[in-house]
Design a protein around this ligand. Sequence first.
Ligand code: RNT
Ligand code: ZN
Length: 410
Amino acid sequence: MWETAKKQYADMGVDAEKALALVAEIPVSMHCWQGDDVTGFEGNASLDGGIQATGNYPGKARTFDELTADFDKACALIPGKKRINLHASYAVFENGEHPDRDQLEPKHFKAWVEFAKARGIGVDFNPTFFSHPKASGLTLSNPDESIRSFWIRHAIACRRIAAYFAKELHTPCLCNVWIPDGLKDVPADRLSPRLLLKDSLDQIFAEKLDGVVDCVESKLFGIGLEAYTVGSNEFYVAYAASHPGVYTLLDSGHYHPTEVISDKIPSLLCYFDKVPLHVSRPMRWDSDHVVRLDDELKEIASEIVRNDAIDKVMIGLDFFDASINRVAAWVLGTRSMEKALLYALLLPHDRLKELQKNRQYTELFAVQEELKTMPFGAVWDEYCTRQGMPKNWLAEVQAYENTVLKARNN
Ligand code: RNT
Ligand code: ZN
């Protein structure tokens, strides 16, 4: 089937061998927080900040050892090159120490560096501005200077930890600032919090750090924060555009329901040499459903591939579903991303662009539809085989559930 498929793609002007070689090298940053519903290791009972992981599937990871074991299990069932994306709330403390978030140091992430080194993967990082007593109201836009400065110190500490990851692992570390700051109901002042946020960011990014790629993640609304979000799209795009070295991250769930990030990628590529992503799947709201191989995911991947932006777009995932097996969720979502990238690499982009340029819209429409029934599945299977994937990954997750997850009793 692979040989036949390869020939069929060749007839379309597509080199399927080349696609297989390319897809295996595109790094996808897998978020650690799918493994434990964004709980972290600080003993937090509940998740706040306007985000929610719904469901209570048994077997959630509670410790560094459990989370990393689950992550390894998932990775063994996903083809392609991975990175791991961590939150500051996943610091690993020793000797009974319990530093607050503004006191975090590289040494609190030594275990993660060792983990990443042993697997030859890079690390990305996020300061954690939620699930903390000082995050019950505003963080970086708080008019209370003692609270705002606490969070500025936290972000500065996190950037230094990101620099440590980059140095130790010899690969740049994306350090992403997302804050939940906003209001439930109609504000009287939308400007002042944004000016405070702007000042906070200026303080946070003042230090030049090698290997750190800074970015800011905008959002439309959160649960309980429906009326106003301080870190809006326009605010952060303008901030990044006017601050060289700071990028703006696109999360699929952070826009109006019919608005898509695939269209925003080429817009940002006109101005930025890096475009970080949080690929997620919103359903009616920023629900962070596990990513499926749907039209928008294919379009996201196509914008990366057809604009020669594989080295510019930094693909990270951001979903958390507590209603299904969490290891399976990681595998499903990440495999969907891999599938979309391979799918996009198998499209005859030059030919399609030419049709658009020549205003041959009928032919363009026809070819686009023909492409949908090409033997993509055979190429995907070949990719999985070459990457040493088992035939039935779900059976492996189910066995892991029976032997490991069920013993956790949580
Ligand atoms: C929240 C943002 C943010 C978080 C993670 C846990 O809406 O998408 O990226 O999901 O940082
Ligand atoms: Zn996100």
